[in-house]
Design a protein around this ligand. Structure first.
Ligand SMILES: [Mg+2]
Length: 382
């Protein structure tokens, strides 16, 4: 079998899909994207196509290493997201060629279904109780929301009080019938993070995500020592080489590699194994589309330390299309009590509605994350 062609589709809400075709009629799908930089990753995918066309798609390990090493310069969100989507598509082709789901090729199931969680509350957290009540009616009991809106490096205690009031309202409304993670989203700097963590501790969140920016990862062990809340991070780390020093330093309880940003299934299985060796759990980041989610699930179903899977159904970013709009086999992704059963189909287990994607690609989105500014006009972390 030989790879013949790579085609990309840029589609609402903010996704990029990759189709890799072969001379034997089997094709595979990937989702190589950095949110807000889809066109940059798209260019990287097509630049990498020269290493792929004419090659045997079954040699995933060799192709991955070639894409990673042959360019001399490596790593980072753009190149690793391009590799990620290509890697997903190669696994999809291999599974379809052999007639089995990818998790069978990764050693087989370690669980029958995977627990997922939903986003509530939007960019600036609001209406948490109403949105959780709505999602609970659909069977979800685990959620994630942002802790704060913009926060200055050193900010007023009022900001902490407001964050605590929102979380207290959730606990008051639902008691211990719901679990939730709280995303600091890199908005909270090292000076404010310990106080905010301690103030939120009584409400027993499942985890706090990106308690400070990954650029400040040296604070993770200190923040872990300052609070009992498990700390999670990883969506802005792009390879096992980025995770290596973070695991060695300690502090994180949960790693959140993104299957569309961190080198795909091949790399994230290795990151999962590194985490397991440190007694660290895995909760793949996935506010993206259905191919990214399917790739995450393949890793979850083969990784003992996978604990929770993010998914984008109803997320505030999904304007113009929601998670399953381009999917033909929607029933395979049905959530029962927040769990998705092992995907039964071959390859990644997602059947893409290509006609719908071709239509969507005619009006590509121009999604950008908002640019926020503090009251004094200075740029704020989103
Ligand atoms: Mg996050």
């Amino acid at each position: 079998m030989k790879i013949t062609r790579l085609t990309t589709y840029h589609a609402a809400p903010r996704w990029l899909f990759l189709k890799i075709e072969t001379d034997e009629g089997i094709s595979g799908w990937g989702e190589p994207v950095i949110e807000g930089r889809a066109r940059t990753v798209q260019a990287a995918v097509h630049e990498l196509a020269g290493y792929l066309v004419g090659k045997d798609p079954a040699r995933i390990n060799d192709l991955w290493q070639t894409l990673y090493r042959a360019g001399f310069y490596r790593g980072g969100p753009v190149l690793m997201s391009a590799i990620a989507g290509i890697d997903q598509a190669l696994w999809d082709i291999k599974g379809k060629a052999l007639g089995v789901p990818v998790y069978q090729l990764l050693g087989g199931l370690v669980r029958d279904s995977m627990k997922t969680y939903r986003w509530v509350g939007g960019d600036r957290p609001a209406e948490l109780v109403e949105q959780i009540a709505h999602a609970r009616a659909q069977g979800f009991d685990t959620f994630k929301f942002n802790a704060t809106a913009e926060m200055r490096l050193v900010d007023s205690p009022r900001m902490i009080d407001a964050a605590v009031a929102r979380v207290a309202a959730v606990r008051e409304a639902f008691g211990d019938t719901v679990d939730f993670g709280i995303d600091f989203h890199g908005r909270v700097g090292a000076p404010m993070a310990p106080a905010l963590l301690r103030a939120l501790e009584p409400f027993r969140p499942l985890f706090v995500e990106e308690p400070v920016l990954p650029e400040q990862a040296e604070y993770y062990p200190r923040l872990a020592a300052a609070s009992m809340i498990p700390l999670a991070a990883g969506e802005r780390m792009y390879s096992r080489f980025d995770f290596k020093p973070v695991l060695a330093a300690g502090g994180l309880t949960i790693l959140q590699p993104d299957l569309s940003h961190a080198g795909g299934i091949t790399e994230c299985m290795k990151i999962a194994a590194m985490a397991e060796a440190h007694d660290v759990a895995l909760a793949p980041h996935c506010p993206l589309g259905p191919v990214a989610l399917a790739a995450c699930l393949q890793v979850d179903f083969a990784s003992h330390n996978a604990m929770l899977q993010e998914q984008s159904i109803g997320i505030h970013y999904n304007q113009g299309a929601d998670l399953l709009d381009y999917v033909l086999n929607k029933d395979d992704f049905a959530c029962h009590n927040g769990h998705i059963a092992a995907l039964p189909g071959p390859g990644l287990g997602v059947e893409i509605d290509e006609e719908r994607l071709i239509q969507a690609h005619r009006n590509p989105p121009d999604w950008r994350n908002p640019v926020w500014r503090h009251a004094d006009g200075s740029i704020a972390e989103w």
